[in-house]
Ligand binder design. Structure first.
Ligand code: GUN
Length: 299
């Protein structure tokens, strides 16, 4: 068996197209242009790349993009004051503070200062609680992107065995909540899970989000399972002769011989994250104006 390759790049372009259509309608019928503010503190190179592509794609779907770049040594009060201003600004419908933050800033304090209605990352404790209790929440972008790919691939997820590998607040935990909401039987596996291979081998759906290059191998996978690889790991250049190849948490070449479907790295989950950020910004805008929400772009 050779797995179907799930084309996240194409699906993300489709999602952005649907967002753009809805944004155009909002402008025409309601005179509203959604706005997304991205805050970057410091000069982390990977964060700079993400922020640049977020800004470009925000403008491409017809939204306003506000970028705030602050020096690494910015005092906490100054960052909190900026978030207060963005919370109060009617032109700003979504606020994203790029993580990780420099060490002297308290991530929880900063995230929880964002107005939950503008928290397009879905990291505020209110949104975490709303998601966990099955209420209307802002849903973290990467798990939302994975869910969209799974629904597109499998249709109904009801009754399926799902194993999420990784228990982070950004991916693992919200992913498990979303799968549970879609009536999967959900297991979260992590670094302390005993016989992890056997646990994963039960799964119809595997979501790998651990940040360990090519950890999930073919013998962990039930034949025909759907495998979603959230990992983006750059291998050391000396091993690869040059820049260092990007790989996921899944041994793609081995697993694709066993799985039913699999996302590649790059071109799988990655592009879906930004597409879902734009979808969330649109959703937040519609909710702020008590307008109908876009269909198929929320959980
Ligand atoms: N850094 C890496 N991924 C993310 C994300 O999804 N949101 C934010 N705010 N920062 C990140």
């Amino acid at each position: 068996m050779t797995a179907e390759i799930i084309d996240g790049k194409a699906f993300a372009a489709d999602v952005r197209g649907r967002v753009a259509e809805h944004v155009a309608r909002l402008k025409e019928e309601n005179g509203i242009t959604p706005g997304l503010a991205v805050v970057l503190v410091g000069e982390d190179p990977a964060s700079q790349v993400y922020v640049r592509s977020k800004g470009r794609l925000t403008v491409e779907v017809g939204m306003k993009s506000f970028e705030h770049r602050l020096p690494a040594e910015t005092p906490e009060e100054e960052l909190l004051a900026l978030i207060e201003r963005l919370n109060a600004d009617p032109e700003v419908n979504g606020i994203l503070v790029q993580l990780p933050l420099p060490k002297h800033l308290h991530e929880d304090l900063i995230i929880n200062a964002i107005d939950p209605a503008k928290d397009v990352d879905g990291f505020h404790i209110s949104n975490v609680g709303l998601l966990a209790t099955g209420q209307k929440a802002m849903v973290p972008c990467t798990p939302l992107g994975c869910l969209m790919l799974l629904r597109e691939q499998l249709g109904s997820l009801s009754g399926r065995e799902a194993v999420v590998i990784g228990r982070s607040n950004i991916v693992g935990k919200p992913m498990a909540q979303l799968l549970l909401r879609d009536s999967c039987t959900v297991t979260i596996a992590h670094s302390r899970t005993r016989d992890i291979e056997e646990v994963v081998r039960r799964a119809d759906i595997v979501v790998a989000a651990v940040g360990r290059p090519e950890m999930v191998t073919a013998d962990w996978i039930k034949p025909g399972a759907t495998v979603i690889d959230v990992g983006i790991n750059r291998l050391a250049p000396e091993e690869e002769g040059g820049k260092g190849r990007l790989v996921g948490d899944v041994d793609f070449d081995g697993v694709k011989a066993v799985a039913g479907a699999i996302t590649p790295v790059p071109g799988g989950v990655g592009p879906m994250t930004i597409a879902c950020l734009l979808a969330n910004t649109l959703t937040a805008t519609c909710r702020a104006h008590a307008l109908e929400e876009p269909e198929g772009l929320t959980a």
